[in-house]
Design a protein around this ligand. Structure first.
Ligand SMILES: [Zn+2]
Length: 247
């Protein structure tokens, strides 16, 4: 279900059933001449849409305006739109507070941009990760009152509260689109074989190999890209997303 198309009754049902709420998170960034600038975000959006055919999820309108950086190329005439992570934190705080106020307790962001070393983090995901933790603390203080964690009703925090349902710090979770296992089995790159293949599988009409320009090191491997490789990556991603979302 796409959130913007849901009626209140459907939203209440999703809350009641604890249906996972997925926020595709990404950037608009130059991906050489043969790929669309939304590549990183589109990969998450299209995977979520495919996953929706296999399980009930709510897909939020994607967020494309992350911190892409200009490390790859200057933006002039190339399309990268960089928003500083300092500006993302207040936005993400408001968004997460809004979703908790609606009643969702099973929210998941997925990001593909600069996510190859997710444990250490990069500006876009770190902004959303910081905001999610800050807002969970603030929401709990507001709804349960300060001192909620120290209350004797929480005596089983380290045991029972380990479960996904009970631990409020699991209410908003942030994930890379590819976990370590997939990274070992699938090429991670920028506009190279891995991303070009993913787009050939997920957004075939948006890939233009006629415009392929191999003058930069990071795109050389794109010459090996194929829909078959992309399909293989997508299958691994869907399996992993399903595992994460089913808890
Ligand atoms: Zn990318």
């Amino acid at each position: 279900m796409r959130y913007e198309l849901m009626r209140p009754k459907q939203i209440r049902e999703a809350i009641e059933k604890r249906t996972p709420v997925v926020l595709p998170l990404g950037v608009l960034e130059y991906h050489s001449e043969h790929l669309p600038v939304g590549m990183d975000t589109l990969a998450v959006v299209r995977c979520a849409e495919l996953l929706e055919k296999e399980m009930d999820i709510v897909i939020l309108p994607p967020f494309y305006y992350g911190s892409c950086s200009f490390a790859v190329e200057k933006p002039e005439g190339r399309g990268s739109v960089h928003v500083d992570s300092q500006a993302l934190v207040p936005f993400a705080r408001q968004l997460f507070m809004g979703l908790l106020r609606v009643g969702f307790r099973n929210i998941h962001t997925f990001v593909h941009h600069q996510s190859e070393n997710f444990a250490s983090g990069m500006p876009t995901d770190l902004a959303f990760r910081l905001a999610s933790k800050q807002i969970i603390f603030e929401f709990l203080d507001q709804t349960k009152g300060e001192g909620w964690w120290g209350s004797n009703t929480m005596a089983d925090y380290y045991t029972a509260h380990d479960s996904l349902d009970a631990n409020p710090f699991n209410w908003i979770q942030n994930h890379p689109l590819m976990d370590d296992e997939i990274l070992k089995a699938y090429p991670f790159d920028h506009a190279g074989e891995g991303e070009t293949s993913l787009m050939m599988s997920l957004c075939p009409n948006e890939v233009d190999m006629g415009s392929y320009d191999n003058s930069k090191w990071y795109v050389e491997s794109a010459a090996r890209a194929s829909k078959e490789t992309g399909d293989r990556g997508v299958a691994m991603i869907l399996k992993y997303m399903k595992r994460v979302l089913q808890g």
